[in-house]
Design a protein around this ligand. Structure first.
Ligand code: ATP
Ligand code: ATP
Ligand code: MG
Ligand code: MG
Length: 872
């Protein structure tokens, strides 16, 4: 077996609209292509032995054990690998379920498709599955040690690529509300929503967290001073910079017990609490001073009580957790070291912030604390005795959390909410030391120790004891108060031909509304009037540029086949999905071999239309119109024929359509006809002579109409959109060269040729064609191009693309000639492989009043050649 290619999809795709995260492994079974599992001795047994949990896979039989039954009866390796890749991910706690395996048109080569949670882990699971099958085929087993290693690697990959725990809870909440999110490429920032409606967070900092508030919170002394000045109970304390100030400071705070900590610390680093002697104070001073960037140290009175974290979001108390420092409880037999080891076995404990709790690490601090309690790590504490391993309760040093949200005294609620307001933080974690959170702080000598910006959510979402709290919901409520939008309208356009033209016209029409339109096409990414980036931009990367841009109010996205197949759409739903046509082009690429498969690729755009959005479908195209069945939103059609039966039935039911009637581009809405404009006045239709351009214009018009764009503005749009060589290079650019004309068009498939022929046939004079075709198309398609050329031209010059795309030089030309001769053996033709020479020749030969049509490989080169002649 050999993996030929691995792709990762991240959006709605050919295989599934709902399952966006899929790995596709193109797999050559080689010698196993002819060998189903039942013909491989010992395979079933070996597989069940190493992965007994596969019994849970129902597969096509639809019951427990169904998949294993299929293995026993005989199924192919691709299918088995799909199930193993899923199971490996399941085994490390990543829930996945969707998989498909299909043979390609190359015998023995399969596409194995399966879901993933984390991209790298998913790809790894695929490779591991292949390795496992190979081993079982060859040796009859897969070793347990290797499986353990695979699972450990998978866990690692998952942990490394996953978001932090707090970010993840917020992202999950956004997902339940169908708010789209993207991880930005810098600083682990997450964007929610699109365009102008986007909001950002970074861990639990939000874009509303003011820089002054965050910096104040990071300054413990400043925070205390501001709070004290507002009458809020804070620890009595003072700040010193030299050891000889220590004695005075201890007196100032009222003597022992005291706490010493760095002025600018966090995560409990450099803190010593409950200091009762000068000797300890000196030691603690050194520790804190070294931990402080500014060598500045806080000396505070020690307050008795336990540590509480109060979370405030948007002015409201959301959760309270009591935090207990890392500790072990004796059993009368085990040493402290053994007890720690036992505690760390808890699957909830991971490294750093990766899990709900963190593993306890024995270090100098732990040894010190034990020493102060009269122990070392080999001591055996009595049954039930609690031995502290840390003085502070940070989860990151092994502490645990107990939810106390329902117990907090109302006066403390009021106080904490006031504290967050005074500091100015939208999301604040307030550290309170009090013996009893159910009583007002003042009554029990409780204090507010500090206020944290970007507080962790872990302790509230997954407390060790008590109710988990959904603390992410109020964050999302704050960013997107009920009723505020998070999405901008997305207009997605696909089809075999006319995408760029329709995208540009649609963007132009929407621009008439005065809004900022971001659009992407095969020539570049545009924001309003400005070009952001040149080049083929019809995939998810360019859509991402638009959707992330904070100025964009409407997105118009050319969504080509390549991007959909490579990585899926960049958006999970759109408001208008336009499917122009499906014709034979690009067949045989990316395992899309038939036109029906191609229709399924394009149909993704129609199927992601939101329930209140519109799919705009070509009623004249038998491969497009039936897509209506799978649309979840509403449908609007366009057609060149007002009496198209689909249109008639649709309109009778009150539907919306755009049609070409009596020379007009019109919208039909129920019984009414709204005339937009006469084709004569729509420059892109070349005075009505280019029918396919009328079709593109109809699609764009109805795509704007269903979004409520005023008909007056649509009219203004189609009247002012000029398909000049500057605006839409290569799309029906007609040049007046005095005695004759030249037309440049980028048609490169049979449907495109036919479309242009609709215009050429209307031309009164002589017609010379300068034709060619891309080398990566099938022989038949190139022959068809020849036939179509013979139908529309009086003379033909055949040239080739600069890049032959894998064919011998001259091969494409010969195929085209074959087509010409079979259609009309009397057509004069000549092969001139060089495109420039061929074009020059055509322009030299054409008679007065005639038309030279070139289907160029390089649009810009041909335009400049023709423009040179214009100047003369
Ligand atoms: P974190 O980053 O976890 O908030 P930190 O390094 O910022 O920790 P503090 O919050 O100032 O440090 O202190 C850590 C813990 O030490 C407090 O939560 C509290 O349990 C204890 N503590 C700090 N100061 C005092 C004090 N004056 N009296 C009693 N306990 C204190
Ligand atoms: P690409 O696949 O190169 O991105 P596209 O779908 O974006 O193409 P356009 O660039 O708008 O299409 O048009 C390319 C050519 O396709 C046009 O110059 C014309 O020859 C042909 N074409 C445009 N619209 C249609 C249509 N509705 N039906 C058939 N052919 C069309
Ligand atoms: Mg703190
Ligand atoms: Mg295009």
């Amino acid at each position: 077996m050999k993996i030929l290619k691995t792709q990762t999809l991240r959006g709605p795709n050919y295989w599934s609209i709902r399952r966006k995260k899929l790995v596709i492994m193109r797999l050559d079974l080689e010698d196993l292509a002819e060998k189903p599992s039942n013909e491989i001795p010992g395979f079933y047994e070996g597989l069940v032995k190493i992965l007994p949990s596969l019994v849970e896979h129902y597969c096509s039989p639809g019951y427990r054990g169904g998949f294993l039954e299929r293995v026993q009866q005989g199924t192919y390796m691709g299918h088995i690998i799909e199930h193993i890749a899923l199971e490996l991910q399941e085994l490390v706690g990543m829930p996945v379920g969707f998989g498909r395996t299909r043979e390609t048109s190359t015998p023995g080569v399969y596409n194995v498709v399966f879901e993933y949670v984390e991209e790298q882990a998913g790809r790894y699971a695929g490779r591991a599955a292949v390795r496992m099958c190979q081993a079982i085929v060859e040796t009859g087993f897969y070793s347990k040690v290797e499986l353990e290693q695979d699972l450990a690697d998978l866990r690692d990959l998952a942990a490394h690529s996953s978001l932090g725990p707090s970010t993840e809870t917020i992202v999950k909440e956004a997902e339940t509300r169908q708010i789209p999110w993207t991880l930005l490429s810098a600083r682990a920032m997450v964007q929610f929503g699109y365009g102008i409606y986007q909001k950002r967070i970074q861990a639990t900092l939000s874009q509303n967290s003011g820089i002054l508030a965050v910096e104040l919170a990071c300054d413990k002394e400043g925070t205390k001073t501001i709070l004290r000045d507002s009458g809020i109970p804070v620890p009595k304390g003072t700040v010193i910079q030299y050891l000889d100030e220590l004695e005075g400071a201890i007196k100032e705070v009222g003597g022992y017990p005291i706490v010493i900590k760095p002025l600018d610390g966090n995560h409990g680093r450099g803190i010593t609490i409950d200091i009762n002697s000068w000797e300890l104070a000196e030691e603690a001073y050194d520790l804190a001073s070294t931990a402080s960037k500014s060598r500045t140290v806080i000396v505070e009175r020690y307050y008795k009580g336990s540590d509480h974290r109060i979370l405030i979001v948007n002015g409201k108390l959301i959760a309270v957790a009591e935090r207990v420092p890392a500790h072990v409880i004796g059993d009368g037999r085990s040493t402290i070291e053994e007890l720690i080891e036992e505690t760390n076995k808890d699957p909830n404990r991971g490294e750093g912030h990766a899990n709900i709790l963190t593993k306890i690490v024995v270090d100098r601090t732990v040894e010190n604390i034990l020493e102060r309690q009269g122990y070392n790590i080999s001591s055996v504490p009595n049954q039930g005795e609690m031995v502290y391993l840390r003085a502070t309760a940070n989860l990151s040093t092994g502490g645990i959390a107990i939810d106390r949200t329902d117990e907090v005294h109302p006066e403390n609620v009021w106080l904490a909410e006031r504290v967050a307001k005074i500091i100015g933080l939208d999301i604040a974690g307030i550290d309170v030391v009090t013996p009893d959170i159910t009583k007002p702080l003042r009554e029990v000598d409780g204090v507010i120790v500090e206020v944290n910006a970007a507080p962790g959510f872990r302790m509230h979402v997954a407390p060790s004891r008590g109710l988990p709290r959904n603390v992410a919901a109020p964050v999302i409520d704050m960013l997107f108060p009920p009723g505020t939008p998070c999405r901008i309208p997305i207009i997605a356009i696909t089809g075999t031909n006319g995408k760029t033209t329709t995208t540009r016209l649609t963007a132009h029409i929407y621009r008439q509304t005065g809004k900022v339109v971001g659009y992407t096409t095969t020539d570049g990414i545009y924001l309003g009037e400005h070009l952001v980036e040149k080049g083929d931009n019809t995939g998810p990367y360019s859509a991402g540029v638009i959707l992330r841009d904070p100025t964009v109010e409407i997105a118009v996205l050319e969504s080509a086949r390549g991007g959909i197949l490579r990585s899926g759409l960049a958006f999970d739903q759109c408001d208008v999905g336009i499917v122009l046509n499906v014709a034979a082009d690009h067949l045989g690429l990316g395992d899309i071999d038939t036109i029906e498969q191609m229709a399924k690729v394009k149909s993704v755009v129609a199927e992601v239309v939101a329930p209140n959005g519109y799919a705009v479908l070509n009623a004249d195209d038998p491969l497009v119109a039936p897509m209506a069945e799978r649309v979840k939103g509403k449908v609007a059609y366009f057609s060149m024929m007002p009496n198209n039966p689909i249109i008639e039935a649709h309109v009778r039911r009150g539907g919306i359509a755009a049609v070409y009637e009596n020379g007009y581009l019109s919208i039909l809405e129920g019984e009414w006809t709204l005339r937009i404009e006469e084709a004569l006045n729509v420059p892109m239709t070349m005075g009505g002579m280019a029918p396919f351009m009328i079709a593109n214009a109809l699609a764009a018009c109805v795509g704007a109409f269903v979004q409520g764009v005023d008909i007056e503005l649509i009219r203004q749009g189609v009247r002012t959109f000029v398909p000049s060589a500057d605006q839409t290079p290569g799309r029906m650019n007609l040049f007046n060269l005095g005695a004759h004309h030249a037309l440049i068009d980028y048609a490169h498939n049979p449907a495109g040729y036919e479309a242009v022929s609709g215009f050429v046939k209307n031309w009164p004079g002589e017609k010379i064609g300068v034709v060619g075709g891309p080398g990566d198309r099938r022989d038949d398609d190139l022959i068809t191009l020849g036939k179509l050329s013979a139908q529309m031209f009086d003379q033909i010059l055949i040239k080739e693309d600069d890049d032959t795309r894998g064919r011998e030089r001259g091969e494409v030309a010969n195929l085209i000639v074959q087509g010409i001769v079979s259609e009309n053996p009397n057509t004069p033709y000549k092969i001139i492989l060089n495109e420039v020479e061929a074009l020059e020749k055509g322009l030299d030969k054409i008679s007065e009043g005639g038309l030279v049509v070139i289907f160029p490989d390089s649009v810009s080169r041909s335009i400049s050649l023709i423009e040179k002649r214009q100047v003369k």
